[in-house]
Design a protein around this ligand. Structure first.
Ligand code: SF4
Length: 348
């Protein structure tokens, strides 16, 4: 029987899920997963940093904050054409979604025309578009939606209770307000958090409760493992228990059955078996190729090798109309006709 989609989860119910025997929890998560997704497909996105470093915020895990000396090279907002060139490469490598991230507290109105051109250009490549630019006003969200932005990423990071230990320059409510502005504009919401920052199990349950009890579940839920970057206040954080990470993925899958749960930052530190366990627990989205903002990401080839070992296929875009599919097919055929390997059965 299919589990009802709920938005009224209580903390003790979520804590009880976390405490289940490991195999029972994974079985439940995989059962829920199969009700809503093909278990052998994983959605693949490419993430590009379009403006790196010098962020005025003080997120303690982040090498892009101007407050920490991490040796990161700052970069201005990239030129539109340079961004589109990267998007073309990502498409060639099989990505269906192109995510663009800028280290800003919030975008300034003077940046918006460039942002709009980037969105329009990526849309013209028939890729899904996603951005993460910091806090958004309702008007900015509507402008980006009109330009064709499909997803907006804005993470809650952790529980409401633990949040003040990690960030002091914006409130939890600021984040919820941005998520509400994004949702009200009609864009899809991408929101998740980070584990391994010294939070308690209750905080991981609290983070997932905040996400699952939003008016609508986020369409994408990135679960990040802290990447300890030298120079940030989190550099010396102790190792995080991998089983607890897998449990977090499984509980996210159970609470938000229709959302894509993304195995996100920290994946480079996981071996293939650990990643496979995360897929089994319900993760069905990854970033590949390009840099995952400023931390390393496994090379695309390694990802495809792992997919082959597990019999996993990259997920196709869901929302293509027949016309768009047809246009993409024709485009691919024309491209292939120009390669020496092309064999046209119709002329033989
Ligand atoms: S996480 Fe985002 S808002 Fe926080 S310091 Fe890094 S770039 Fe800035």
């Amino acid at each position: 029987m299919q589990q009802a989609i709920r938005h009224d989860w209580k903390l003790d119910e979520i804590q009880a899920l976390f405490k289940m025997p490991f195999n029972d929890l994974l079985f439940q998560a995989q059962t829920v997963h199969r009700q809503h997704f093909n278990p052998n497909e994983v959605q693949v996105s490419t993430l590009l940093s379009i403006k790196t470093g010098a962020c005025p915020e003080d997120c303690k895990y982040c090498p892009q904050s101007a407050r920490y000396d991490t040796g990161l090279e700052k970069e201005k907002l990239m030129e539109v054409e340079a961004v589109l060139e990267k998007a073309r490469i990502a498409k060639k490598n099989g990505s269906t979604r192109f995510c663009m991230g800028a280290a800003w507290r919030n975008p300034k109105d003077r940046d918006i025309p460039y942002i709009v051109k980037m969105i329009e250009g990526v849309r013209d490549l028939n890729m899904e578009t996603c951005m993460t630019l910091g806090m958004l006003t309702r008007e900015q969200a509507i402008t980006l939606k009109h330009a064709g932005l499909d997803y907006y990423n804005h993470n809650l990071d952790t529980s409401k209770e633990f949040y003040g230990e990690i960030i002091t320059t914006r409130t939890y409510q600021d984040r919820l307000d941005t998520l509400e502005n994004v949702r009200a504009s009609g864009m899809k919401v991408c929101s998740g958090g980070i584990v391994g920052m010294g939070e308690k199990s209750n905080d991981r349950a609290g983070l997932l409760m905040s996400l699952a009890n939003l008016e609508e579940h986020p369409d994408s839920v990135p679960i990040n493992m802290l990447v300890r970057v030298e120079g940030t206040p989190m550099a010396d954080q102790t190792d995080f228990d991998y089983f607890e990470f897998i449990r977090t993925i499984a509980v996210a899958r159970i609470l938000m059955p229709k959302s894509h749960v993304r195995l996100s930052a920290g994946r480079t530190e996981m071996n293939e078996q650990m990643q496979a366990m995360c897929f089994f627990a319900g993760a069905n989205s990854i970033f590949y190729g390009e840099k995952l903002l400023t931390t390393e990401n496994p090379e695309a080839n390694a990802d495809m090798e792992l997919f082959a070992k597990l019999g996993i296929e990259p997920e196709k875009r869901q929302d293509y109309s027949d016309e768009v599919r047809e246009a993409a097919l024709i485009e691919a055929v024309v491209e292939n006709q120009q390669t020496p390997q092309y064999y046209d059965a119709s002329i033989n």
